[in-house]
Ligand binder design. Structure first.
Ligand SMILES: O=C(O)[C@H](O)[C@@H](O)[C@H](O)[C@H](O)COP(=O)(O)O
Length: 312
């Protein structure tokens, strides 16, 4: 009975996802997680965004002068959340993406964070992973290991990479089973309303086509609302075989930092930050609909250069 109700709820959520319209708040001030002190907007922004019309799913947009400043702000934000969760429940569950994200978290492996963060409390996951060997140049694990994980003392048993000896279907099943086990042991929380795993922080990137994780525009996986982890064999971004978290898992997050820097995604960002009232043609990133979390865009001036309101 409970399961049926949950199923119905998820269907409804999946249907309403297409209408999600964020209210946008802009700040070029220091980002601080909600738990500490959220600095909401000096002014609302975006080319055609009207916060009065866009009442659902508040998002913050932080614009740094340079990508260097963004890296500093992102490290501070992540370290503050790490402190909060380490203190509150003795574990901090962090989800990484591939792409430029790893470069953008580079300040975390420098002072003061390298010494001050309680790395032993970290549990690290991937929002998506390419189905290749872990030492392959395309591996998101390798990217994260080389640029981040090898430089901080996170216990290797708390770094949850995919089983690279399995094909895509098996690797997705295996990763989902791993998450379920971590729910049982209490490392991973679940959303009280949907039963999907609730990660403390997702550090994500967006592609030029507006994809996040391996959830690409127009792909049937956008509608997946049962699985926690699934697979794709026809990813438009190479390599084609990947596993990915699904939207209900992303939507259950406590905090999402969406990091978009430089000129590569200016058009997607312009569209993503616009308010829309119809369900047609949404970018995958616009389909995120956090149940009870905080979504923050970390951008730099170059990334927002196509937005009409440049008063920041
Ligand atoms: O495996 C991947 O391809 C990544 O995990 C992917 O989800 C990435 O985050 C976006 O494609 C953004 O990539 P960029 O940061 O390179 O634009």
């Amino acid at each position: 009975m409970f399961q049926q109700q949950q199923k119905k709820k998820r269907k409804k959520e999946s249907a309403s996802r297409s209408h999600a319209a964020p209210a946008l708040y802009l700040s070029s001030q220091n980002p601080t997680p909600k738990a500490r002190r959220v600095r909401h907007s000096r002014r609302s922004m975006a080319s055609n965004a009207n916060p009065a019309e866009c009442a659902k799913g508040k998002q913050r947009v932080l614009v740094s002068e340079t990508e260097g400043e963004l890296a500093v702000a992102l490290a501070k934000y992540t370290a503050e959340l790490s402190d909060k969760y380490a203190r509150e429940r003795g574990a901090f569950t962090v989800v990484l993406s591939g792409g430029y994200l790893i470069h953008n978290i580079r300040k975390l492996v420098e002072s003061p964070y390298k010494e001050s963060v309680d790395w032993a409390k970290w549990h690290v996951f991937w929002v998506d992973e390419r189905v290749v060997k872990k030492d392959h140049v395309d591996s998101n694990y390798k990217l994260a290991y080389d640029g981040f994980l090898s430089k901080v003392p996170i216990p290797p048993s708390q770094v949850y990479s995919i089983n690279d000896s399995l094909p895509a279907e098996g690797a997705a099943d295996d990763y989902e089973a791993c998450l379920k086990q971590l729910v049982k042991t209490g490392v991973l929380e679940v959303s009280a309303s949907t039963g999907f795993p609730r990660f403390d922080l997702m550090l994500l990137g967006m592609g030029p086509d507006g994809h996040l994780a391996s959830l690409f525009p127009g792909h049937p996986l956008l509608k997946e609302n049962q699985r926690w982890v699934t697979y794709i064999k026809d990813s438009p971004k190479p390599p084609p075989q990947r596993i990915t978290f699904t939207f209900p898992v992303i939507d259950a997050s406590a905090y999402i930092a969406m990091v978009v820097v430089g000129s590569g995604e200016v058009d997607a960002l312009k569209k993503a930050l616009g308010c829309r009232d119809s369900s047609s043609d949404l970018l995958p990133v616009q389909m995120v609909s956090l149940e009870d979390g905080e979504f923050t865009w970390f951008t730099d001036k170059e990334a927002v250069s196509k937005l009409q309101n440049k008063e920041f």
